[in-house]
Design a protein around this ligand. Structure first.
Ligand code: HEC
Ligand code: HEC
Length: 498
C-alpha cells in the first residue's frame, strides 16, 4: 500500500552537496512555476532549498509590506465584534469528544497499553533507505530491524513533532516520509486524520504506519506476533484472549528482517505478512487473517485511547480572554486582533484549536527539503479522501465500533491540492511548518499568508488572496501565535508507562 500519490526523489544521498538539490529542484519544476527569486539573495537559482533558519521566501510575488493600513496607532482593544470572534477561539478545557469508532477510547488500561506500544520499536521491520547510515539523527543503519517507533517521529518532549531527523523538516524512519510529521496534541478532536484525511480512525491509522515502507516497514502479521511475544498479558487484560500468533504451526513466523518490504514503494507481492503478499499472510485461512487484522485493530484502539489524553492546554491568550489584562503584551493583543480582522485567519483557523478541521488549498509551492526531496505532485485531500472512502478498514467496516458519518460523501474539485488546516496551539517551538516542512519560522509562514500564497506550481486552485498587513502586523501575528503555548501533557504521558 502506498501512502502517497506520485512521489519524486532526486537521486543521491542526503549527504550530497546543495548543488545537487538545486539542479534537482529546478529540473522538476513544472512550466509556470516561479523559479526566480525577487529578493536579492545573490543566487541565480533560488527556487529550492530552504535550510533550517534560512529565509524560505524565495518564491512568490508581492511580499512588499502593503500601504493599506491607516496612520492610526494600532489598537490593543478589540471592538465588540472582534471580541466575539476572539472568544470563539477560547481553548476547550473539557474532555475530548467521544470516539464512537473505539469502544476502548476512555479505558485507562487500554490507554496504558497504547502508551507502551507508542514507545516500542520492536514492531518495526528493516530500515531500507541508505541514508540510514548510523549518523546522528538516523535511527540505525540500512537493514536493521526494531529501530522505528511512533516516538521516533512524534517526539513526546517536543510536542510530538519530529525534532530528531536530519534537517528537521521531513522524517527519516525506514525511509523518508515526504510530508512533515504533524503534532499529536489535541488529536482527539479530529475525525479525519493526516494532512489529506487518508485515515478516519485511530485503528486504521495504525495499519498506515505499520505497513508503510517509509515508516515502520513492517506488516500486520509481524505486528501481531510481536504483540503476542511482548504485550500479551496487558493486551488480554483489555481485549480478552489472544490467538497464538507466536505458534509457528498456526502462523508462519516472520524474521524481523523480512517483516516488511524489500524495497521502497515495492508492490504488495514483494512484501511479507500483509494482504497481497502472495506469501505468509495470503496463505492463512480467512479466519486466521481476520484474527491477525483484529489484533492490530485492537492495538490501534489502545493507542487511540492514549493519544486522546495528549492536550496542549489553555495558554496566556486564553487567560487574556478570561479577563487577565496582563496575560498578553500589547504586541500579542494586537496580533490577536489582526488574526480576526485584517488577517482573517479565523476563516480557517477557527474554534478552540484554531482549526476548522477542513481541507484548504493555500497555494503552497513545495520546496526542496532534507536536501534532496521536492514533492511537486501531492494532491492532498483529493487523493487521500478517495483512498479512505474505499479503505477496507475505514469507519464503515466491521472493525469500527460505530460510524458517525465522518467520511465525506464525495471528493470535489476543492479537495485538489487541499490540506487539513493545522491547529495553531503549541506550535511555536516547532522546527518546521506546513505539510512540506519547508518553512522554518512562523515569520516565514505569516509572510506567506500576507502575500496570499504563491502563484502556480502546485495542484489545484488557491483560496488565498494578498492581505493588507504591514511589517508590525506580521510581527504582532507571530507574537500572538507564540502566546498560544499551553502547559502540554502531564510528564507521565511523555514516557513509557511504568
Ligand atoms: C516516520 C515518521 C512517523 C512515524 C514513525 C509515525 N508517524 Fe504518525 N505521522 C507521520 C506523518 C508524516 C504524518 C502525516 C501523514 C500524512 O498526512 O500523510 C503522521 C500522522 C499521524 C497522525 C494524524 C495526526 C493528525 O492530526 O491528523 C496520527 C494520529 C499519528 N501519525 C500517530 C502515529 C502513531 C500512533 C505512530 C506509531 C504507530 C506513528 N504515528 C508513527 C509521521 C510518523
Ligand atoms: C483558507 C484557509 C486558511 C486561511 C485563511 C489561513 N490559513 Fe493558515 N493554514 C491553512 C492550511 C490549510 C495550512 C496547512 C497548509 C499546508 O501545509 O499545505 C495552514 C498552515 C498555517 C500555519 C503552519 C502551521 C503548522 O503547524 O505547520 C500557520 C502558522 C498558519 N497557517 C497561520 C495562519 C495565519 C496567521 C493566517 C492569517 C494571516 C492564516 N493561517 C490563514 C489554512 C488557512
Amino acid at each position: 500500500m502506498r501512502a502517497f500519490p506520485v512521489r519524486r526523489r532526486c537521486s543521491g544521498s542526503a549527504t550530497v552537496a546543495l548543488v545537487l538539490s538545486l539542479a534537482c529542484g529546478d529540473g522538476g519544476a513544472p512550466a509556470g512555476s516561479t523559479t526566480t527569486s525577487e529578493d536579492s539573495s545573490g543566487t541565480a537559482t533560488s527556487s529550492s532549498t530552504t535550510s533550517p533558519g534560512g529565509d524560505a521566501e524565495s518564491t512568490g510575488a508581492g511580499d512588499e509590506p502593503s500601504s493599506g493600513s491607516s496612520g492610526d496607532p494600532p489598537s490593543t482593544e478589540p471592538t465588540p465584534e472582534q471580541w466575539e470572534r476572539l472568544l470563539a477561539l477560547r481553548y476547550d478545557d473539557g474532555p475530548v469528544p467521544p470516539d464512537v469508532t473505539n469502544a476502548w477510547a476512555d479505558d485507562p488500561a487500554a490507554a496504558a497499553l497504547g502508551q507502551a506500544l507508542f514507545f516500542d520499536p520492536r514492531f518495526s521491520g528493516p530500515l531500507i533507505d541508505g541514508d540510514n547510515d548510523g549518523s546522528p539523527g538516523t535511527l540505525g543503519t540500512d537493514g536493521e530491524p526494531h529501530k522505528v517507533a511512533c516516538v521516533s517521529c512524534h517526539v513526546p518532549e517536543d510536542g510530538f513533532v519530529d525534532t530528531r531527523s536530519p534537517h528537521q523538516q521531513i522524517s527519516l524512519a525506514a525511509g523518508w516520509v515526504l510530508r512533515r510529521t504533524p503534532s499529536l496534541l489535541d488529536v482527539g478532536f479530529a475525525t479525519l486524520l493526516g494532512w489529506g484525511g487518508r485515515r478516519d480512525t485511530m485503528h486504521g491509522l495504525l495499519f498506515g504506519v505499520v505497513e508503510n515502507t517509509r515508516e515502520l516497514n513492517s506488516s500486520r502479521l509481524y505486528f501481531a506476533q510481536q504483540l503476542a511475544r511482548n504485550h500479551r498479558a496487558a493486551y488480554e487484560a483489555v481485549f480478552g484472549p489472544m490467538p497464538d500468533f507466536d505458534d509457528p504451526l498456526q502462523f508462519p513466523a516472520l524474521a524481523p528482517e523480512e517483516a516488511g518490504c524489500l524495497a521502497l514503494d515495492a508492490p504488495a507481492a514483494a512484501c511479507n505478512g500483509r494482504p497481497g503478499d502472495e506469501g505468509p499472510y495470503d496463505a492463512l485461512a480467512p479466519v486466521a487473517q481476520d484474527e491477525v487484522t483484529r489484533a492490530v485493530v485492537n492495538a490501534g484502539k489502545a493507542i487511540g485511547a492514549y493519544l486522546r489524553q495528549l492536550r496542549c492546554g489553555a495558554s496566556p491568550f486564553d487567560a487574556w480572554l478570561d479577563g487577565d489584562e496582563t496575560a498578553l503584551t500589547d504586541l500579542e493583543k494586537r496580533g490577536a486582533i489582526v488574526f480576526v480582522s485584517s488577517g482573517d485567519c479565523d476563516g480557517c483557523h477557527a474554534g478552540p484549536r484554531l482549526t476548522d478541521l477542513q481541507f484548504h488549498n493555500v497555494g503552497l509551492i513545495p520546496q526542496t527539503v532534507a536536501v534532496v526531496f521536492v514533492d511537486l505532485d501531492d494532491y492532498g485531500a483529493s487523493d487521500d479522501l478517495a483512498a479512505v472512502m474505499t479503505d477496507p478498514l475505514n469507519v464503515t467496516s466491521i472493525y469500527s465500533d460505530g460510524d458517525d458519518g465522518r467520511l465525506p460523501r464525495k471528493v470535489t474539485a476543492e479537495h485538489v491540492g487541499a490540506f487539513k488546516t493545522p491547529s495553531l496551539r503549541c506550535i511555536a517551538d516547532h522546527p518546521a511548518f506546513m505539510h512540506t516542512g519547508h518553512f522554518a519560522t512562523l515569520q516565514d509562514v505569516v509572510k506567506f499568508f500576507r502575500r496570499g500564497g504563491d502563484p502556480g506550481g502546485y495542484p489545484g486552485v488557491s483560496e488565498l488572496s494578498p492581505l493588507s498587513l504591514d511589517d508590525e502586523d506580521v510581527d504582532a501575528l507571530v507574537a500572538f501565535l507564540q502566546s498560544l503555548q499551553g502547559p502540554g501533557p502531564a510528564p507521565p504521558l511523555l514516557q513509557p508507562p511504568r
